[in-house]
Ligand binder design. Structure first.
Ligand code: NAD
Length: 295
């Protein structure tokens, strides 16, 4: 059994930490919000700061919203870096900037500690079911050491490459998901406006080449109008900004990603940034003055 730290206990982090606790590890917890009561069982301990987590744990996981949050948790006064010592490992499972991740890894390595970036896909459902896809960047030997812990949280676990490559893979994932949501939204809106039952259209399409997890899960959300998160629009905007900033730096055009980012901006401008990203369909509905289904 290892001493494990977990910082950031929101929609994703709380169920992920719960799997590590359930497996019998000693888990040291810290989060900005209140630690959920159901996590504070036998082998879990609340810590006052990220620094205390790093002092008491050998492998420290983070599941935080955005790049500045990870920067703060790692390097501010009472941050992880202040509590690290040689041989410890930091594993960032948040979805953040690939470029900044390389810098964070170098700074942590300079303290004698190892670093993995290991963002995930699969959402709250995957976090609860321990079936997350985990995309890892970092040294092979460190990956092998942490892998048994990843296996408590996920199923499809891939070492993509060096530090930053896990985050790059996650950005690619978010491009595909955003464009898929926009495609499903446009298709269901078109069908509904034409007078077809969008539920029947979704059911028919689920058997063909257009079938996808997004059509299945988010198509149903659009029809049933269940937009509670899940994955917040504000967080997906963050990911698309990572894609577009990266593309600008690389001199690459991502026109469809730019379009999806604009639709998410419409949602945020209309107060929907905390709804699930399937609510991207609302931006299309506003333009069409027509809803896929009654809400
Ligand atoms: P969330 O907002 O629900 O949780 C974030 C947690 O971080 C909160 O508990 C907050 O208290 C904590 N936190 C923030 N700043 C902190 C600080 N300075 N010190 C300690 N704790 C701090 O977000 P989430 O939905 O769990 O997402 C977390 C990450 O996972 C994001 O990068 C997101 O893009 C990614 N992600 C989310 C999903 C999803 O479906 N929700 C899916 C895949 C990946």
């Amino acid at each position: 059994m290892s001493n494990i730290g977990f910082i950031g206990l929101g929609i994703m982090g709380a169920p992920m930490a719960a799997h590590l606790i359930k497996a019998g590890h000693d888990v040291f917890l810290n989060t900005r919000s209140k630690i959920p009561n159901d996590l504070l069982t036998g082998s879990a301990t609340a810590c006052a700061s990220p620094r205390e987590v790093a002092e008491r744990a050998d492998i420290i996981f983070m599941m935080l919203p955005d790049t500045p949050d990870v920067d703060k948790v790692l390097f501010e006064g009472n941050g992880v870096a202040a509590g690290l010592s040689k041989g410890k490992t930091v594993v960032d499972m948040s979805s953040i900037s690939p470029m900044d991740t390389k810098t964070f890894a170098q700074k942590i390595n300079a303290l004698g500690a190892d670093y993995l970036d290991a963002p995930v896909s699969g959402g709250e459902v995957g976090a609860k079911a321990a079936s997350l896809t985990i995309m890892v960047g970092g040294p092979d030997a460190v990956f092998e050491r942490v892998k048994p812990l990843f296996e408590l949280m996920g199923k499809n676990i891939t070492l993509v490459g060096g530090n930053g490559d896990g985050q790059t893979c996650k950005v690619a994932n978010q491009i595909i998901v955003a464009l898929n949501i926009a495609a499903v939204g446009e298709a269901l809106l078109f069908a509904s406006k034409a007078g077809a039952d969008p539920a029947k259209v979704r059911q028919a399409l689920m058997g063909g080449f257009a079938a996808s997890r997004i059509l299945e899960v988010h198509g149903e959300r659009m029809i049933k109008r269940t937009f509670a998160p899940g994955f917040r629009i504000g967080l997906h905007q963050k990911d698309l900004n990572l894609a577009l900033n990266g593309a600008r730096a690389l001199g690459v055009a991502l026109p469809q990603t730019a379009g999806a980012a604009q639709l998410m901006q419409v949602c945020s401008a209309n107060g929907m940034q905390d709804l699930d990203h399937s609510a991207l369909v609302r931006s299309l509905e506003l333009m069409a003055n027509h809803q896929v289904a009654e809400g």
